[in-house]
Design a protein around this ligand. Structure first.
Ligand code: BGC
Length: 765
């Protein structure tokens, strides 16, 4: 593959010609990187301090670059672009507008260093894929890589160079609104998904016009805010940070993610944006990562309200020393850095390091070859929101659905069922399926569940639709608080009438798209508004209910789990939502999803996760003095890793190739898996381990491997996992990653509740 690096930088007092054509194969890779560094150094050597600081400055768009500036601030921005005082912009949309903004820089600025355009392409650009938490329920790494690839292709065709995704924050708290944007509660699964998404966005050549730079965020600890409240204080120890939070970031760094974003929260008194250990010592030092760190929106200036910096200049000093390379809309670097350098309060070497990192990503994206290559209106027309992309979205969507309950085989439904009622505020909702982080996804553009069902059933089925009640009322938008309907429940009566007429009721309940997402933490995770009342009224007249649950977080659905025969967790599945739901409802697709988060019995149990510690009092001693809540069982309502199929699977006992493992060796653990039902189906076989005694206390179980297996009825396969000493590593009391000698339990099963195990000992000389 050829990457042409060819650039003529025209500058007022001389010119620098950088030319090259480098074959990007393995042998030449090192040379390529050496050449790249030479080019970066050449550019840096031409830059004034002001221009260097300019590269570290990022503005949000949403304004007419070429039109009449609407206010002085916009005018200032434009002037700064012309002066080379802006390195990046976010939220400048479409091929046309990105081209216009780039033209300002390429025409007027002295060094003509191209802008890098960033945007939150979280689960699709215009073709919307399932929200990341939902997609994670597929446990299908290829499908997730593919969805990121399509998102990148559409974004790149529309002028974007860079997405602020994937969010790789592990979260164990269903109250946190942004749990929808991650991959759940497990660091092992999150690490695998992080890599798949980075590969999907970036491909193997950042300079290709179909790929964009990815961003691992939010570094670090953002998913652990107290009480699940967004932006809140994080109080965790070093071991929790290392063992539970950092692994997906490390995996993303190893996979070559181009950028990182830091976080709004503090950890144990230090705001993440100001954390030198995390950003400079660990990520850029120990891990040897060479991309750049963008701040979160305004997070450098937020060091002031954190009580960590006295003003913007002080905030700029702290952030640059800590290793934040680019200031997203914080206006701290532009205000403070120049003076700080002139007064010898900030070493210019720190600025140079940041600028080199930013230039490196711009070079890798090929922006110095052609700053306009991504801003192509023709490609934007032909490659965005195509039927082909929507087909791929439907495929990922159906794989993300989790069958939680299927009593008496109420599912799949017969396509020729005589009568069906489709009821609920979300049943014909065409907007919630595209989620909260919807990029260019058009409002009300998804296939609703009702539409999907209509497309799937035969002509002879009588179908009744009733909304029952409204859920969200009034304005629904990214920044507006959502108002829940708590006044009008007049529609319940007609819903009950419809339910009486139908053989089966598909109830579509859950959350509005704007109940989860940034700034949307909740203290309650049960059905909001009149949904529970509607459900119970329908149940009173017809018990054949399949609950289709649409939501961005685990919900408290104990009543439904106890009473309803069928429950499908469908999340918010994107553009093809309703078709994917119908695929599963009518058995065109046999559900294969597994929960990436535990469902609690009650919100009071949050944070709630399977890989918890044992405590000193784990066992039910028949008295009150063991670790539990007196009003709820410690067992999850639905466990991490859980998901049913229309067929059944039988597991044999776990077999180990040896009962001891030594350094440098591998032991295999295997089971025979049989499809014991009468449909072909897919099962995600999961390997868990428990380290019985450690230099720090260890979780009662940890996911260590998984594999998706397809089996025909009656077919068996042996599934084998390799256990190496590296797989058993953790951040020990010695403050390093290592494997400790001792005993381990090895479990292989269908979800995190698996209880039979084989014993393995790790022996060191
Ligand atoms: C979010 C980031 C996002 C950024 C830019 C912030 O509020 O925390 O995740 O990438 O805004 O939109």
């Amino acid at each position: 593959m050829e990457i042409r690096l060819k650039r003529l930088l025209n500058i007022g007092f001389g010119s620098l010609i950088i030319m090259g054509s480098i074959a990007c194969n393995n042998e030449k890779l090192t040379k390529h990187e050496d050449d790249l560094e030479t080019k970066i150094d050449s550019v840096l050597s031409l830059m004034t301090l002001k221009e260097k600081i300019g590269q570290m400055n990022q503005y949000s768009g949403g304004w007419e670059v070429t039109g009449t500036p609407s206010d002085i601030d916009t005018q200032t921005k434009l002037e700064k672009l012309k002066n080379g005082e802006v390195g990046s912009m976010l939220n400048v949309l479409t091929a046309k507008e990105t081209r216009e903004a780039q033209e300002v820089v390429m025409t007027h600025s002295r060094l003509k260093i191209p802008l890098i355009f960033g945007y939150d392409v979280i689960h699709g650009y215009k073709t919307m894929f399932p929200i990341p938490l939902g997609e994670s329920a597929s446990w299908d790494l290829n499908a997730m890589e593919k969805s990121a690839q399509i998102a990148a292709k559409e974004a790149a065709a529309s002028g974007q160079h860079w997405t602020f995704a994937p969010m790789v924050d592990v979260s164990r708290d269903a109250r946190w609104g942004r749990i929808m944007e991650g991959s759940g509660e497990d660091p092992f699964l999150a690490s695998k998904i992080a890599v798949a998404r980075v590969k999907g966005f970036q491909g193997d050549d950042l300079a290709s016009e179909n790929t964009i730079a990815a961003c691992a965020k939010h570094f670090a600890g953002y998913g652990f805010g107290e009480a699940g409240r967004d932006y809140n204080t994080v109080n965790i120890g070093e071991h929790e940070l290392q063992n539970s939070i950092l692994p997906p970031f490390k995996a993303a760094a190893n996979a070559g993610v181009a950028t990182f974003m830091n976080a709004f929260n503090e950890i144990d008194g230090t705001p993440a944006t100001a954390d030198k250990y995390l950003q400079r010592d660990l990520l850029k030092g120990e891990w040897g990562w060479d991309g750049f760190m963008v701040s979160d929106w305004g997070s450098i200036a937020e060091l002031i309200p954190h009580g960590f910096a006295k003003d913007r200049t002080d905030a700029a000093r702290i952030a640059v020393e800590a290793g934040s390379d680019m200031d997203m809309e914080g206006r701290a670097y532009e205000v403070g850095l120049e003076t700080l350098v002139h007064e010898n309060k900030v070493d210019v070497a720190l600025i140079d390091d940041a600028v080199k990192r930013i230039l490196r990503v711009k070079f890798r994206l090929g922006l110095f070859d052609d700053p306009y290559r991504y801003s192509n209106t023709e490609r934007e027309k032909s490659e965005v929101y195509t039927n082909e992309n929507r087909d791929i979205a439907r495929d990922v969507a159906k794989k993300s659905i989790v069958l939680l309950k299927n009593q008496n085989h109420i599912l799949p439904l017969d396509k020729n069922i005589k009568s069906l009622a489709v009821i609920g505020p979300l049943a014909n909702d065409k907007d919630t399926p595209i989620g909260n982080w919807r990029a260019q996804g058009e409002a009300n553009s998804a296939i609703s569940v009702f539409e999907g069902i209509q497309d799937a059933i035969g002509d002879d089925t009588r179908i009744f639709y009733e909304k029952g009640v409204d859920l969200g009322v009034g304005e629904r938008s990214f920044l507006a608080p959502l108002k829940i309907n708590t006044t009008n429940k007049t529609g319940i009566e007609s819903a009950v009438k419809a339910a009486k007429l139908a053989e089966v009721v598909v109830m579509v309940l859950g959350e509005d798209a704007f109940q989860s997402g940034e700034g949307r933490s909740q203290t309650q995770i049960s059905f909001a508004g009149f949904q529970q009342e509607l459900l119970e009224a329908v149940y009173a007249v017809n018990k054949n209910i399949v609950l289709v649950l649409m939501n961005g977080r685990p919900m408290e659905i104990s009543w439904s789990a106890a009473h309803l025969p069928g429950i499908l967790e469908v999340w918010q599945l994107g553009s093809e939502h309703g078709h994917a739901v119908a695929d599963v409802l009518f058995g065109n697709y046999n559900p294969s999803g597994k929960l990436p988060v535990s469902f609690p019995r009650s919100v009071g149990q949050e944070p709630f996760y399977y890989n918890q510690k044992n405590t000193g009092r784990p066992a039910d001693n028949g008295e009150v003095t063991f670790s539990h809540h007196t009003d709820a069982s410690n067992d999850p309502l639905f466990a991490f890793g859980f998901g049913l199929s229309y067929t059944t699977f039988k597991y044999s006992e776990v077999k180990l190739s040896a009962s001891t493992l030594k350094p440098g060796e591998t032991v295999t653990a295997s089971v025979a898996l049989t499809n014991s039902g009468n449909r072909s189906g897919k099962e995600v076989v999961q390997l868990y381990m428990r380290d019985l005694v450690g230099s720090i206390t260890r979780p009662i179980k940890e996911l260590k491997g998984f594999e998706m297996v397809s089996l025909e009825p009656g077919e068996s396969k042996t599934v084998t996992f390799e256990i190496t000493p590296e797989l058993l590593q953790f951040y020990t009391a010695n403050k390093k990653w290592e494997t400790e000698a001792g005993d381990f339990h090895v479990f292989i099963g269908s979800d995190s509740r698996v209880s039979t195990f084989a014993e393995l000992e790790y022996v060191t000389p």
